[in-house]
Design a protein around this ligand. Structure first.
Ligand SMILES: [Zn+2]
Ligand SMILES: [Zn+2]
Length: 129
């Protein structure tokens, strides 16, 4: 049986146990949408590439629902206020999370740039630039 878990902020995503994968976390898991996209492309994702879910449902990892985007374009296409909420794209992994509009604006003002889904994503971004 394949080991699958729900993960990410608000458990929006599915991860699969694949410890040998180059993108595996220290726990041995990798995002399932990354694996599906890599299979579709026939290569590993490159740095700065993220996988977008067309219907914004992170559990829907059918190849047709996935689209490859650059990180900057992905961030620009999300991070738009709809009603009182903003669907924010992490500046490192592209993972989405929701924030109240006023929280988003406050964090954005403090961050001077991208927002991240987790501390570890923020740290990775700092190390790479
Ligand atoms: Zn997206
Ligand atoms: Zn992230």
């Amino acid at each position: 049986m394949e080991r699958r878990i729900f993960t990410g902020r608000q458990n929006r995503y599915v991860a699969v146990y694949r410890p040998e994968h180059p993108r595996a976390w220290s726990t041995g898991y990798v995002y399932e949408h990354v694996l599906v996209m890599e299979k579709k492309l026939g290569r590993f994702l490159e740095r700065g590439e993220v996988v977008h879910h067309k219907d914004d449902d992170g559990h829907n990892n059918r190849p047709k629902n996935l689209e490859l985007k650059t990180r900057s374009r992905h961030t620009a296409e999300h991070n738009i206020e709809r009603g009182s909420m903003v669907l924010v794209a992490c500046g490192w992994c592209g993972g989405l999370f929701e924030l109240q509009g006023w929280v988003y604006r406050q964090r954005k003002a403090k961050a001077h740039g991208d927002l991240f889904c987790s501390r570890s994503c923020g740290a990775k971004k700092q190390h790479s630039s």
